[in-house]
Design a protein around this ligand. Structure first.
Ligand code: AMP
Ligand code: GLY
Length: 432
């Protein structure tokens, strides 16, 4: 199979790593990729959002499968264009991509098909939004309807904060078009986990869980980020909770979208809040999480290419028993450029990666890296590396990841030192 992968992050490096190990992979191209992906794919100089450029490349290079990592090209209609060429594509079409692209769409779908989620209202005018906030008996979260680079979600401690957040979005245009409609919802108090399942336009194939660490600094302090580390499976996942997520959340979503004439193909990444043992949906993403994808790919024991191809072709029913996972835990620690998620320096040199990659049970996935002409690895993004390790316990996986990190020479970067802390605390409590 000749495969084209879209994206340039740590998620895509993990996907490229898994795809390139498949016997069925004859050629792997990645647009635009990064310095790590270069070791397992041929890099193509086309940006992920350049839908026409990607479509032309797929047409002219006998591509058998296109796999899209990030959401933006899907929201722009990449899958529709690739499908029109008769090429299978892993990722939803533009209509189904609304599941992530429009929070209002997602919430209305939940209401229609009985998916448990936070109570909410949708508003385009400020006075009605204000009235709704004033009437709520609980704390609220104010969200832009559209994509706002992960920043369109404001947790509000007081009604005054919520009113100001809604005013900024609806009247101050603080998020541009993304905020011309808002969703105001009930604040859910619980512990979060991420759950992943594939859909092929007909049915589903459940995958596994992970837990992300969104704040920049240790003890979950500092600003929100795209994710500073993740491990899989999530410690609070039990067979009971997983069964509820599949039955009450994933299945009705996919059946409902089929019934509404907008079948979903690709990966459903459900952000779940577990409230008193009951999973509730916070949001859907239409992509693998980054960094959740890195530990998930390290636990997958089956042929990823075969699985993604089956999803793209509508043939998941044929491979239900073929997917197996390692019983071990995997854990990814993100190294980011100093200053991230604010402004940071670029083009600093990272040394010691070869040595670090020799650490037992460790894979280093690149995100914002590029290769200089002299062969140096340079940081070119906010999140730069994902040091991912496998272990018999979360503690062992964490020790291995940090042992590798200690061999990396990069003064201009930082990482959290406590990735997996909730799970390690639970492991210690169980052992005591
Ligand atoms: P989202 O972009 O919708 O994933 O929201 C980002 C983060 O905000 C989530 O990962 C949660 O930590 C938090 N969040 C969003 N909605 C809620 C809610 N209704 N209750 C509590 N936390 C929320
Ligand atoms: N790590 C969360 C995300 O990919 O959105």
């Amino acid at each position: 199979m000749r495969v084209l992968l879209i994206g340039s992050g740590g998620r895509e490096h993990a996907l490229a790593w898994a795809i390139s190990s498949s016997d069925k992979c004859q050629a792997l191209y990645c647009a635009p990729g990064n310095a790590g992906i270069e070791s397992c794919a041929e890099l193509i100089d086309i940006k992920a959002e350049d839908v026409d450029g990607i479509t032309d490349f797929a047409k002219n290079n006998q591509i058998d499968l296109v796999i899209c990592g990030p959401e933006a090209p899907l929201v722009l209609g990449l899958a529709d264009k690739i499908k029109a060429l008769g090429i299978p594509v892993f990722g939803p079409n533009q209509a189904a991509a609304q599941l992530e692209g429009s929070k209002g769409f997602m919430k209305d779908l939940c209401t229609k098909y009985g998916v448990p989620t936070a109570a909410y209202g949708r508003f385009t005018d400020f006075e009605s939004a204000k009235k709704f906030i004033e009437e709520q008996p609980h704390k609220v979260v104010v969200k832009t309807d559209g994509l706002a680079a992960g920043k369109g979600v404001i947790m509000c401690d007081t009604k005054e904060d919520a009113i100001e957040a809604a005013r900024g979005m609806l009247e101050g245009a603080s998020f541009g078009d993304a905020g011309s409609e808002v969703v105001i919802e009930e604040f859910l108090d619980g512990e979060e986990l991420s759950y992943f399942a594939l859909a092929d336009g007909k049915g589903i194939l459940p995958l596994t869980s992970a837990q992300d660490h969104k704040r920049a600094f240790d003890n979950d302090e500092g600003p929100n980020t795209g994710g500073m580390g993740a491990y899989s499976p999530a410690h609070l996942m039990t067979p009971e909770i997983e069964a509820k997520i599949i039955k009450n959340i994933i299945e009705p979503t996919v059946k409902g979208m089929n019934a509404d004439g907008i079948p979903f193909t690709g990966v459903l990444f459900a952000g779940i809040m577990v409230v008193n043992g009951e999973p509730k949906l916070i949001e859907y993403n239409i992509r693998f999480g980054d960094p959740e994808c890195q530990p998930i790919m390290m636990r997958l024991q089956s042929d990823l290419l075969e699985i993604l191809y089956a999803a793209a072709k509508g043939e998941l029913a044929n491979i239900q028993d073929k997917v197996s996972w390692s019983d071990e835990t995997t854990l990814c620690v993100v190294m980011a450029a100093n200053g991230y998620p604010g402004s940071y320096e670029k083009n600093t040199v990272i040394n010691g990666l070869g040595n670090a990659a020799q650490t037992d049970g460790v894979n280093i996935f690149h995100a914002g890296t590029a290769k200089a002409e002299n062969g140096d690895i340079l940081s070119v993004g906010g999140r730069v590396l994902g040091i991912t390790a496998k272990g018999h316990s979360v503690q062992q996986a964490q020790e291995r990841a940090y042992a590798a990190i200690d061999k990396i020479e990069w003064n201009e970067g930082f990482c959290r030192r406590d990735i997996g802390w909730r799970a390690i605390k639970a492991e210690k409590e169980e052992a005591a």
